[in-house]
Each structure stands twice: as structure tokens, then as C-alpha cells.
Design a protein around this ligand. Structure first.
Ligand code: CA
Length: 426
């Protein structure tokens, strides 16, 4: 889903203010800020009316197109009247990741003890609903719960931007306007059909919303009403959201009763160029090539087609992945994402961590450890913003400043070594 390309980028890497720093350089910003602010204010004063006028013209075009796509003029007018564009989202669309997250940081934050424990609690709490969902869709309920945990931390972090504003802005400015117009019309149709209340339709800057972050067009194709109230409500009905996720995975080719994959170890001298999710061969062929299960058990299912992935290269954990890994991958097309979901599902079911460690001497941090880093930076007078366990632009900046004050490499990364140093009173 295209959504993933847009949104995954943001969650992993985005520093929305990074581009400003790249343009002007860190130290130059303050020196130039006065004249810069003056110029920007003048430019904004000149540009704002032009932007507003362009947006208005664009909306009147969209009004016609929306009607052709089944959105009534009344609904279009009701939900776009007085709408002002949110130009921030256009900036997010074009922002380049400033910080490249290593896979071990990504996994350490997404599959930590907290998210595993929360997942087990949700699994127990929603047991009868999940069992009914499994009966209807044939999808592993632990994977459904894991999607919920990774997408919104089980409904805690939805995104707060009004969808219609974001999507209308992206329909009128920036690249990919055609794509976002389709999403805007789908969002308006959701409102017109009364599935979600207008003030509740909020989400990510790119338009993903609800417990498991569906795009509006995906909603229209795949959302289901599972609690039987006649509405498909992915914001306020957990049964609807979880069943819709199971429906998505079923349509993406989920095979009932099959695992997603298995951790393996490679023989000495193994040619890493054989690794690919897409070029699948039979498990028996991988066995012939010397691939073994990492836990020492016998690799079963010899006829099953499997790809091999090496998320951190030849020296890190290795996995044979089956058809169900591809189904998860389609939800958000990144192997690291699919692996996080798959591994979290295993952990929720009681499984342990990977057998082979990540090839690093400085492993990543859980969210509890990230909060500790933030707290210790604040104690030393560095501004990180909110203590939320999220290593966003502010925290990265504070880390770089602290690293600089310590004479360390200023890469903005927080791993176990940095935490140890902060604990040591450095
Ligand atoms: Ca419902």
C-alpha cells in the first residue's frame, strides 16, 4: 500500500525541520534569524493570500470531480466549507529522512517488553472477539493484535490531524495530487455514509486513520462492520478495526494455519546473494543448501515455498519467510515493518527474542530506556520536549548537543552505550 511508503518514512526517520537546518547550517540559524524572520514574514504576507486563492480555485474543481466520484455536492460543501489548507503536510510529503534508523533500533523500539505485555493483555481482553474474527477470516489473531500494537500502540497514538484538511491540501499542492484526490473523495464518502463522525476523522498527515491506520480508499474496499451496529467505525469500535485488519490480511493472501516464517542459521560460506523475499524456493531446497532452524529443531514443511531475508546482512539474524510474511508486508511495504509485526505476534504468543543477535556492539533501546534518555537529558538542561519515548527531531537535536558537549561523535543516535554514559553521570 502506498500509504506505507509515505507514512513509514515519517515514523522512522522524518525530521520535519531538518531541511531548514540543511539549508542554513546549525550555527548560522541564530545569527541570521532576525533578518530571516523579517524576510519570511514579508514573504508569508505576500504568499498567504495567493495560497488561499489557489486553494479555493482548486476546491471548486474538486467539487465537480467529487460529484463524479459519488460524493454529493451537499456533503462536499458541508465538509469543505471554510477549509484552510494545512501547508505543513506538503512539507512532510517532501521531507527527506535526516536520520537513518538501524534495524536494531527500529526493532528495539517496536518490539519491547512493554508492547509485548500490552499485546498479551489486549489479546486476553478481546479474546472472544478475536476468536470470532479468526473463525470468520482465518487469520492469526496474534498478528492482528501485533498490527494494532505497531500501528497505534493499541489505540494510544492515532495522529491528530483532521483528515479532510490534510487530504484536501495534498490534493491541491505538491506532488501526488491525483493519489490524494482519490483519498479525499473516499474520506468524504466515509463521512457522507455516516461511518465516522466528522470531528473524529483525524489521523496521520498522509491520511491514515483509526486503530490500525487504514487509508480512506482501503477503508472503502476492506473495512467491515463487526460489532453489527451498521457502521464501519475504525476510530471508536475495536471489533470493527480488528476485523477490518483481518479482512485486509485475508484479501492479501493470508493462508490459514501457516506460519509467517522461521528464524534460521546459514552454513559457513553461504552466498548472501541468494537472499530475497521474492525469489522463493522450496524449504527442502534451503535445507539442501545447508540452512537450519536457529532453535535447532528440524526444518519442516519441505514443500513450502520460502524466501530468505537477512535484515542486517550476512552476520545478523536470518529468516525463511513464507506467503503470510508477504501478506503482512502488503500492509506497509517494508521488510523491517513486516518483521516487527511477525516478531511481536510471536512474542505475544509467548515466544522469545531472536536467537542470533543483531551484528552491533551497541544495541537499540526500548521505549522505557528512551524515556530514561529523555529524562536524563532534561536533567542536564537539554530540551527534548515531551518525555514520550519517541526519538523525534527535538530529542535527536538534544542528543547531538549533549554528544558535542561530551566530545563524542554527534550522530544523534541513542543506543545502550549512550544510555550507559548518561547513567554514569557524564
Ligand atoms: Ca460497527
Amino acid at each position: 500500500m502506498i500509504r506505507g511508503l509515505l507514512r513509514g518514512n515519517v515514523r522512522l526517520n522524518l525530521d520535519p525541520h531538518g531541511s531548514l537546518r540543511r539549508f542554513f547550517g546549525h550555527n548560522q540559524i541564530m545569527k541570521r534569524s532576525l533578518s530571516f524572520i523579517t524576510i519570511m514574514l514579508v514573504l508569508l504576507a505576500m504568499l498567504a493570500p495567493a495560497t488561499a486563492a489557489a486553494f479555493e480555485r482548486c476546491l471548486s474543481q474538486l467539487r465537480q470531480q467529487a460529484s463524479d466520484r459519488g460524493v454529493s455536492r451537499a456533503a462536499f460543501d458541508r465538509h469543505t466549507r471554510g477549509l484552510a489548507p494545512d501547508m505543513d503536510v506538503v512539507g512532510f510529503l517532501d521531507a527527506q529522512p535526516e536520520f537513518r534508523t538501524p534495524i536494531w533500533d527500529y526493532m528495539a523500539g517496536l518490539v519491547d517488553e512493554e508492547r509485548v505485555a500490552d499485546g498479551r493483555a489486549r489479546f486476553a481482553q478481546w479474546g472472544p472477539t478475536l476468536a470470532a474474527i479468526e473463525r470468520q477470516f482465518g487469520v492469526d489473531p496474534a498478528v492482528v493484535v501485533a498490527v494494532w500494537g505497531v500501528e497505534t500502540d493499541y489505540g494510544r497514538i492515532f495522529g491528530r490531524r483532521p483528515l479532510v484538511t490534510s487530504l484536501a491540501t495534498l490534493s491541491c499542492f505538491g506532488r501526488r495530487q491525483t493519489f490524494f484526490r482519490g483519498e479525499l473523495f473516499a474520506a468524504l464518502k466515509i463521512l457522507e455514509d455516516g461511518h465516522v463522525a466528522p470531528e473524529r476523522l483525524v489521523g496521520s498527515w498522509a491520511g491514515a486513520f483509526g486503530h490500525t491506520q487504514f487509508m480512506p480508499s482501503t477503508f472503502r474496499r476492506l473495512a467491515v462492520d463487526f460489532d453489527g451496529d451498521g457502521r464501519r467505525d475504525l476510530m471508536d469500535s475495536i471489533p470493527d478495526a480488528l476485523a477490518s485488519t483481518a479482512n485486509y490480511l485475508q484479501r492479501a493472501g493470508w493462508r490459514t494455519g501457516e506460519p509467517w516464517g522461521v528464524e534460521v542459521v546459514l552454513p559457513a560460506g553461504f552466498d548472501a546473494r541468494q537472499a530475497s523475499r521474492r525469489n522463493k524456493v522450496a524449504v527442502s531446497e534451503w535445507t539442501r543448501r545447508g540452512v537450519r532452524r536457529a532453535d535447532g529443531r528440524v526444518l519442516s514443511g519441505g514443500g513450502r515455498q520460502a524466501g530468505l531475508i537477512l535484515p542486517a546482512g550476512r552476520e545478523g539474524p536470518a529468516f525463511l519467510v513464507f506467503r503470510n510474511f508477504d501478506a503482512i508486508h502488503s500492509y506497509n511495504p517494508a521488510e523491517s515493518y513486516a518483521l516487527a509485526i511477525a516478531h511481536l505476534a510471536d512474542r505475544i504468543r509467548g515466544g522469545g527474542p531472536f536467537v542470533t543477535p543483531w551484528p552491533t556492539d551497541d544495541p537499540g533501546l526500548s521505549r522505557a530506556e528512551r524515556r530514561e534518555v529523555q529524562r536524563r537529558l532534561i536533567e542536564r538542561g537539554f530540551a527534548v520536549g515531551e518525555i514520550d519515548g519517541i526519538l523525534g527531531a527535538n530529542t535527536r537535536k538534544a542528543i547531538r548537543e549533549w554528544q558535542q558537549s561530551q566530545g563524542l561523535k554527534t550522530d544523534g543516535r541513542a543506543g545502550q552505550a549512550l544510555l550507559r554514559r548518561l547513567r554514569g553521570g557524564g
